[in-house]
Design a protein around this ligand. Structure first.
Ligand code: HEC
Ligand code: HEC
Length: 637
């Protein structure tokens, strides 16, 4: 109960939280002594970042969180009526599937930075990974990067999304959209039959992602949300419509601390993750709308939230609306949930917005074409992004053995884990994975500066090239936004900034025991493999694509002996919150069916009759606030 009260307090504005923390500190009394024991404080000391102007949009927090949780887990959001956000984030925030999870190397560029995708699968399409495939760069002596390379693959272990298809339209009352399947241009085919496409970077966890100043490995999900897409104020043409008196007014919005909202509006339109190519957010809004016309005299029903999935009656957020054993929520439509969560000026107008063929918009009095939308459908990206962000902001795992230790419970860490904590600091891990968030890409660190000098180089706070793969295979934050500007803040400050190409966001390390495989390419299976990687100072010397310069000695970690490495790994397992492992609130969830590769293997698949391979769906049963058995980790027998 104490824990829950605290969570609620944390959702309040930062200043109240800080006042609250001081009071807690005074009440506990010995808190300063406590912090002296652990050089890194508990995550409970860090306020959960929140937009200052959230109140301009959200009417009811609880309703917004419920809406966000429903959106996140709902299979109807995908164009195929199968693919949910959760399909790739269902196991401890990540993806534990091992079949059809390889991507061939699509982000490769040539020496002048021009895209040069690799379409060759080193291990095969619809392949099932085994522990022997790891690490992807396997050396005879894992402590020596110059020893014989036993094998090296540039494939990426990630998550399967949708089949390649083109969007044609929606059918009201139906989750599956009208699409045309097209031969896959990127090689996701076995014997000419399409398989689900796989993302080109490994799937990171959304748990604690609220603490990241920017999200995605390359930081492209901007901290400021524009209500429309991932690019914040970088996009000069992003606007939504607000009802002012009887008019609909075009308006630019900006919410700070909203990288998660900027992130959440990307997958629903991604032709890899959830969408047929060419779908818009307005059509998703229309698909989930309530005002349906009669079809040959028959009344069409709107899509029921989570209509294909059972919701546990004790779900910590949605339990009150469960219809178990029937599927879905006891709420007729998403329209009702949006009205409960958001202020009416964002949805109440009875005028329509017509999208013209030249891309311009006209406000009209009635629906004139299939490209004419209600205000609610038009602003759907705003609702989707903010609601998902508010749900994800509750996914904070701040009750690990490490946090308890930092709060003064001396017995919370084993002796070996305590040793490991010292190694973590002594060997410089905390120089990049800093603070209770265990990443320098956090809101806390970035508030001290978006850029900083690290080992003599100007870089983006919390982004580093540590030589996981050759730099040209993926430029990371060295890439550009759709407007041609560098993603890198360091590059914006100094166009000659050097340590930018191939730099990736240092991930937070909480629950890392549960989130294999590791790194942006998913190329390491165990934490010991990661630690060995650091001992040999990475697998590749960072070579900068643009000018061929090498950066050496960007980091060098020398462990005294094997014992230090083992202690360090033991410490990393002290960052697991048992509520995550056992899927207890707030980490409980509805039922989900996830595509788990295709029947057959990497040499043959069966055609489902439409030119695509037959899915094998895996059921993840619903759990309530008290959780359930842990889900198997990646490649756990
Ligand atoms: C097909 C699999 C897939 C689906 C579906 C998917 N994701 Fe992800 N998610 C990924 C991958 C892969 C990345 C990393 C991409 C990158 O960094 O370029 C990612 C990144 C993220 C991150 C950033 C975490 C970080 O530390 O940077 C968050 C948060 C997230 N996803 C939430 C969501 C939400 C919300 C949805 C639905 C709207 C969603 N995901 C749908 C695979 C998926
Ligand atoms: C120079 C900065 C830096 C230092 C020092 C550093 N890391 Fe990292 N760490 C990163 C970056 C950046 C990544 C992501 C790299 C990538 O995928 O390309 C990462 C990734 C990881 C991962 C994988 C997490 C995941 O979810 O994939 C683990 C585990 C990890 N580091 C642990 C450590 C440990 C333990 C140490 C100390 C021995 C350490 N790091 C030192 C920057 C650093």
């Amino acid at each position: 109960m104490v824990g829950k009260g605290f969570m609620e307090a944390k959702r309040g504005p930062t200043r109240y939280l800080l006042v609250g923390m001081v009071i807690v500190a005074l009440v506990i009394g010995n808190i300063s002594m406590t912090f002296a024991q652990s050089p890194i404080p508990s995550l409970k000391t860090v306020p959960v970042p929140e937009p200052d102007n959230l109140g301009d949009f959200v009417k009811d927090r609880e309703a917004a969180i419920a809406l966000g949780k429903a959106f996140f887990w709902d299979m109807q959001v995908g164009s195929d009526g199968i693919q949910a956000c959760a399909s790739c984030h269902f196991a401890n925030g990540v993806d534990s599937r091992s079949k059809n999870q390889l991507s061939p190397g699509l982000l490769r560029v040539d020496a002048s930075g021009v895209p040069d995708p690799d379409h060759t699968f080193d291990r095969g399409v619809n392949y099932t990974l085994t522990p022997d495939d790891f690490p992807f760069h396997k050396l005879e002596d894992p402590n020596d990067r110059n020893s014989t390379v036993l094998h090296d693959i540039n494939d990426v272990a990630s998550s399967q999304g949708v089949f390649n298809s083109i969007f044609n339209g929606i059918v009201l009352g139906r989750a599956e959209e009208l699409v045309t399947y097209q031969p896959d241009p990127d090689g996701f085919q076995v014997g000419g039959i399409n398989v689900r496409r796989v993302e080109p970077r490994n799937t990171p966890t959304m748990i604690n992602a609220v603490f990241n100043f920017r999200n995605f490995w390359d930081g492209r999900a901007q901290n400021d949300f524009n209500g429309v897409n991932s690019f914040g104020s970088r996009d000069p043409n992003a606007y939504v419509y607000k009802a002012v008196k009887n008019e609909l007014v075009k308006i630019t919005v900006s919410l700070n601390n909203s990288s998660l909202a900027s992130q959440a509006v990307a997958p629903p339109l991604s032709a890899f993750e959830m969408s047929a190519d060419g779908r818009t957010f307005q059509t998703i809004g229309e698909k989930f709308g309530r005002s349906l016309p009669r079809d040959k005299g028959k009344k069409l029903l709107p899509l029921r939230p989570l209509g294909k999935q059972i919701v546990h009656p004790e779900d910590s957020v949605l339990g009150g609306y469960s219809r178990a054993p029937k599927r879905g929520l006891d709420i007729a439509s998403y329209e009702e949930m949006i009205k409960a969560a958001f202020k009416p000026e964002w949805w109440r107008s009875n005028k329509y917005i017509q999208i013209n063929s030249d891309g311009s918009r006209t406000v009209v009095d009635k629906k004139t074409s299939s490209e004419t939308y209600t205000q609610m459908a038009y602003n759907f990206s705003l609702f989707f992004g903010l609601a998902v962000q508010m749900y994800e902001a509750t996914l904070v795992s701040d009750d690990t053995p490490f946090d308890r230790f930092a709060e003064g419970d001396e017995g919370a860490l084993t002796e070996q884990q305590e040793e490991g904590l010292q190694v973590f600091i002594r060997r410089g891990c905390s120089g990049c994975h800093g603070g209770p968030e265990f990443t320098d890409a956090s809101v806390t660190k970035v508030s001290q500066g978006k850029t900083r000098i690290f080992r003599g180089q100007l870089n983006d706070q919390g982004f580093f090239n540590i030589g996981v793969r050759p730099t040209v295979e993926d430029l990371g934050v060295g890439g550009k936004d759709p407007f041609g500007n560098p993603l890198s803040e360091a590059r914006l400050v100094d166009p000659a900034a050097f340590a930018v190409e191939g730099a990736f966001k240092a991930p937070g390390l909480r629950n890392v025991e549960l989130t294999a495989p590791y790194f942006h390419n998913g190329g390491q299976l165990t934490l010991r493999q990661v630690v060995d990687f650091y001992e040999r100072e990475g697998d590749f010397v960072p070579i900068l694509a643009l000018n061929g310069s090498r950066i050496s000695g960007l980091f060098a970690i020398n462990f005294a002996n094997d014992q230090e490495k083992e202690d360090l790994v033991a410490f990393l397992t002290a960052l697991t919150d048992e509520r995550v492992r056992y899927r207890k609130a707030p980490f409980d969830h509805p039922q989900l069916f996830v595509p788990n590769g295709h029947s057959g293997d990497h040499t043959s698949v069966t055609d489902d009759g439409t030119g695509k391979a037959t899915d094998s769906l895996m059921e993840i049963p619903a759990v309530g606030r008290n959780g359930g058995t842990p889900l198997a980790k990646f490649l756990e027998p």
